[in-house]
Ligand binder design. Structure first.
Ligand code: IPE
Ligand code: IPE
Ligand code: MG
Length: 257
C-alpha cells in the first residue's frame, strides 16, 4: 500500500556501533519488550498521513522480529495497541485494526518458516472480528513452533490486566477454592496474561517519550529500561544491538548487593 518511496535513508546517529558477533560474546536478554512509539510523528515529518507511519512501523516489526530470532532472543513482546488507543480518531483505529491481518497475511509463512511462535496478550473480545480471526489463525498455525516467541500486546492495558486478575482471584476466594493467605506474588503472576512468560529483561521505548503508558506494570518491576529518541519506523537492527550492549553493561542486583 505505502511503497518504499517514503523510506528515509538517513539513519539516526548512533553513539557507538556494534556487530552481532560482539554482542553475542556476552549474555543477551532473554525477554525483550518494546513500546513501539513514534509512527505518527515519523509520518508527520514527511507530511504523510499517520497511517503511512503505521505501515512503515509494520515493516520494522518484521525486520526486528527476524533479527531478534537470529540473536537467540527467546521472547519479543511488542506493544502494538493499548486499551487507551481506542481514543484515537475512528479512521486511525480502523487502520490499526487492519494491520495485524496485513502483517500476518504477508509474513505468516515466513514466521512459520522461521519457527516463530506467535502469541497475543490483551483483550481479544473487543477486537473487530476480522482482526481477531487473523490473530487467532496466527496463534493456531504457529502453536507448535519452538523458536522465538513473538508476543503482541494488542488491546493490552496493564491496569485492566491486573484488575481482571484481582476479580478472578476474588471469585476463587468467594467460592472457597482459595483463602486470602494463599494469595502471594506467584499466584498473582499466574493470573496475568503473561503467566507462561518470564518477566522482560530489557524494555525499549522509542520516540523520546519516557513513560510506560500502561505497559506491563507488574512484569517490569526489575526490568532494565532503555529509551531512545529514534522513531519506531527508523529503528534498525543496529539500534537493537546498541540497546543490548547497554543492557550488558548494567549491573542487575534485584535488591541484593
Ligand atoms: C505508536 O506510534 C503506534 C501506536 C500507538 C499504535 P504512535 O501512533 O503513537 O505515534 P506518535 O506517538 O503519535 O508519533
Ligand atoms: C503506547 O504509545 C502504546 C503503543 C505503543 C501501542 P502511545 O502513543 O499510545 O502512548 P502515549 O499516549 O504517548 O502515552
Ligand atoms: Mg505515540
Amino acid at each position: 500500500m505505502f511503497g518504499k518511496i517514503w523510506k528515509d535513508k538517513k539513519q539516526s546517529p548512533l553513539s557507538l556501533s556494534y556487530t552481532k558477533e560482539e554482542i553475542l560474546r556476552h549474555p543477551i536478554p532473554e525477554h525483550v519488550a518494546i513500546i513501539m512509539d513514534g509512527n505518527g510523528r515519523w509520518a508527520k515529518k514527511r507530511a504523510l498521513p499517520r497511517a503511512a507511519g503505521h505501515y512503515e512501523g509494520m515493516q520494522v516489526v518484521r525486520k526486528i522480529t527476524r533479527f531478534a530470532n537470529e540473536l537467540g532472543i527467546k521472547v519479543l513482546t511488542l506493544y502494538a495497541f493499548s486499551t487507551e488507543n481506542w481514543k484515537r480518531p475512528k479512521s486511525e483505529v480502523e487502520y490499526l485494526m487492519k494491520l495485524p491481518e496485513q502483517f500476518l497475511t504477508t509474513f505468516l509463512p515466513e514466521l512459520i518458516e522461521e519457527n516463530v511462535n506467535v502469541r497475543v496478550i490483551g483483550n481479544r473480545e473487543q477486537l473487530p472480528d476480522h482482526t481477531r480471526r487473523a490473530v487467532e489463525q496466527a496463534i493456531a498455525e504457529t502453536k507448535q513452533n519452538t523458536g522465538l516467541i513473538l508476543n503482541f500486546a494488542l488491546n493490552y492495558g496493564s491496569r485492566a490486566e491486573i484488575t481482571y486478575a484481582i476479580q478472578s482471584i476474588a471469585k476463587q476466594v468467594e467460592k472457597g477454592l482459595l483463602s486470602p493467605e494463599d494469595i502471594n506474588e506467584d499466584l498473582v503472576a499466574s493470573y496475568l496474561m503473561t503467566k507462561d512468560l518470564a518477566d522482560p529483561d530489557l524494555l525499549i521505548r522509542t520516540s523520546g517519550e519516557i513513560r510506560l503508558s500502561n505497559f506491563m506494570l507488574w512484569q517490569l518491576a526489575y526490568t532494565e529500561f532503555w529509551f531512545t529518541d529514534v522513531l519506531w519506523p527508523d529503528f534498525t537492527e543496529q539500534h537493537l544491538l546498541e540497546a543490548i550492549a547497554e543492557f550488558q553493561k548494567r549491573g542487575r542486583r534485584f535488591g541484593g548487593v
